[in-house]
Design a protein around this ligand. Structure first.
Ligand code: UGA
Length: 424
């Protein structure tokens, strides 16, 4: 059983069903459950809707409204908790939704069942779960996910590693059997280690990005090219070449939330981190530095018409949470620019936040007419492989602002476009 049908829970449920497990996904949102029963996924994640359809057709994947209905349809051996854990007021993870999900299960759990933290929860939460349950015949384990939105299905089916944390061998063995189909190494450890490993991984990745972005800022000042530095640094096997791409900062619902929550976990335990908070501060400033670049190009942004390609925080997702694109658009609007934007998947999500403060294109081309420059803020393939000859002929001024450092700058320059980014 999987509790919560968001990005994490639904991928978990549909992928496990695809591997032959009998799965029921439970949610308390009736509209979501009805739509899922019809095979419709209420958000975009590549490959997920197909997998959900196949799961329903095979009979391996079912949906239920609320825990009571779920337990009537299936008696699970394992229950995965995959509900939201947003940032609370002090930066810590807000566990209120998670807590009420745990408590809603109490009447239905039978002795020997394993309750698994799949949501990202601070180290030590497992102990709280045992208190909320108020019984000792249920095992509580941690099995963090390392999925990226946009590639979550393939990340799940071909993971680098499976991390399982529990305090007894029987629980570890039970959870290992859930992943018996998987070739990746299964790393078993105590529950606190598994909980903390998830925060460690995300904080490490976010730190790497903020550090590279700071190096890009310095590169700009001395006329160095950050793309070349990225290649030079990444060639060191101790560092590795992945996750070094710089630009206008990182986004998404995970890095900012988890980095702040790790800082707060330390603080709650009496440890004041020196290194964690600046990861977020650098990232926030990066969008501002990028907007300064746009401002420099025009002198003044008041009345400037700009086209934006990309609103989602990552390609292949419709998720705009903490998206650098949204941050940048808000800053540009404050400076008096007018914006027309297009994203292959995230238009509806963006509209919820930006409303009628910008105009929305039907495709990526229409918004270029009359625009004095183009900002590329999400690395969708359709943007990277676009015909920039057409872009060059359509824009009023040949200015491209690359917020993701993903465009072939040399080719664009050969076409007569000026490519502007941080450290490029
Ligand atoms: C991240 C982690 O990568 C996953 O391992 C983890 O499971 C997930 O958080 C989570 O905690 O659920 P996600 O935020 O979905 O995944 O997506 P990423 O691909 O990591 O991208 C995050 C942000 O970093 C994006 O804005 C992306 O554009 C940016 N990024 C990524 C860069 O700026 N440079 C890079 O080299 C890579």
């Amino acid at each position: 059983m999987v509790i919560g049908t968001g990005y994490v829970g639904l991928v978990q449920g549909a992928c496990l069903a695809s591997q032959g497990h009998q799965v029921i996904c439970v949610d308390i949102d009736a509209d979501k459950v009805n739509s899922l029963r019809d095979g419709k996924v209420p958000f975009f994640e590549e490959g997920l809707e197909v997998l959900v359809g196949e799961g329903i057709a095979s009979g391996n994947l079912q949906f239920a409204l609320g825990a009571e209905e779920g337990f009537t349809q299936l008696t699970p051996e394992v229950v995965f908790l995959a509900v939201g854990t947003p940032t609370g007021v002090d930066g810590s993870a807000d566990l209120s939704i998670f807590e009420s999900a745990v408590k809603s299960l109490v009447p239905y759990l039978t002795p020997g069942m394993v309750l698994v933290e799949k949501s990202t929860v601070p180290a030590g939460t497992g102990k709280k779960v045992l208190e909320w349950l108020g019984r000792d015949d249920i095992a509580v384990a941690s099995n963090p996910e390392f999925l990226r939105e946009g590639t979550a299905v393939s990340d799940f089916l071909k993971p680098d590693r499976i991390v399982i944390g529990a305090d007894d061998i029987a629980t570890l063995e039970m959870l290992k059997s859930v992943y018996a189909w998987c070739e990746a190494p299964v790393l078993t450890m105590n529950r606190e280690s598994a909980e903390l490993a998830k925060y460690a991984a995300n904080t490490m990745l976010a730190a790497r990005l903020s550090l590279m972005n700071e190096i890009a800022n310095i590169a700009d000042l001395i006329g160095a090219n950050i793309s070349e530095i990225e290649t030079a640094v990444g060639a060191d096997p101790r560092i590795g070449s992945k996750f070094l791409r710089t630009g206008a900062g990182f986004g998404g619902s995970c890095f900012p939330k988890d980095v702040l929550a790790l800082e707060q976990t330390g603080r709650d335990l009496g440890y004041e981190s020196q290194l964690i908070r600046p990861i977020i501060d650098v990232n926030t400033r990066q969008a501002e530095i990028f907007v300064d670049k746009v401002r420099e190009a025009y002198g003044d942004l008041d009345g400037i018409k700009l086209a934006v390609w990309g609103l989602a925080f990552n390609a292949k997702t419709d998720d705009t949470r903490e998206s650098p694109a949204m941050r940048i658009i808000n800053l540009l609007l404050e400076a008096g620019a007018s914006i027309s934007a297009y994203d292959p998947a995230a238009m509806n999500e963006a509209r919820k936040e930006l409303k009628d403060r910008i105009t929305y294109g039907k495709d990526q081309w229409g918004i270029l007419s009359g625009a004095q420059g183009l900002l590329v803020l999400t690395e969708w393939d359709v943007f990277l492989s676009a015909d920039y000859g057409v872009v060059m002929r359509t824009l009023e001024q040949p200015l491209i602002f690359d917020g993701k450092h993903a465009l072939p700058a040399e080719t664009l320059r050969d076409l007569g476009l000026q490519v502007i980014g941080i450290g490029i």
